[in-house]
Write a protein that binds this ligand. Sequence first.
Ligand SMILES: [Zn+2]
Length: 217
Amino acid sequence: MTAGVCCYALAQTATGSTRLTVVIDAGHGGIDGGVVGNVTKTKESDINLQIARKLQTQFEEAGFLVVQTRPSEAGLYGAATNGYKKRDMQRRAQIISQSIPSAVISVHQNFFSLSSRRGAQVFFRESNANSRTLACAIQTALNGMPECVRPSEALKGDYYILNCSDFPSVIVECGFLSNAEDEALLVTEVYQMRLAETICMGTLAYLATASSTEPPI
Ligand SMILES: [Zn+2]
């Protein structure tokens, strides 16, 4: 797809509103809990959902229409039989393509063998300039949080959720559940709320730039 953000801005929703749409994608769910906190044993899928819900509040307060790919603890695969992961991902792709979003934000938590590794990392699709710009804007905002001990650059990633559509899509790995300090922050309501505010702020910065530089279509 080559359409710019102005095209998305003018897309009519089912209710006839011209609000911009953001898709929030809480990673994992159901029998797929993702990674698990070393200390608290909290499942990534639960933290992802908690942050996704806070992101919804932030974006709705900013006037956006929000679509959640996974609004509950349940996975999107139907029966938990062979091929469930593929069905789960395909359902997410379907929701994204139907939503005609201005941004897709997939929420995950990281895990690494080296427990000292910490901090938020945002991934983009290399072949999609809008994905990269959105990722850089969110990463810059996250780097500005007082809890950020080492600023990171946005990173290219070859992931299904980034490749399944041409809408500006990013994966936000909010922190490392393999690091005790990150985990202690990530399980709290307060830090989750601040992450949601920061991710929303970065997205708004991206959209402000995108809408002022893209020609009308
Ligand atoms: Zn994950």
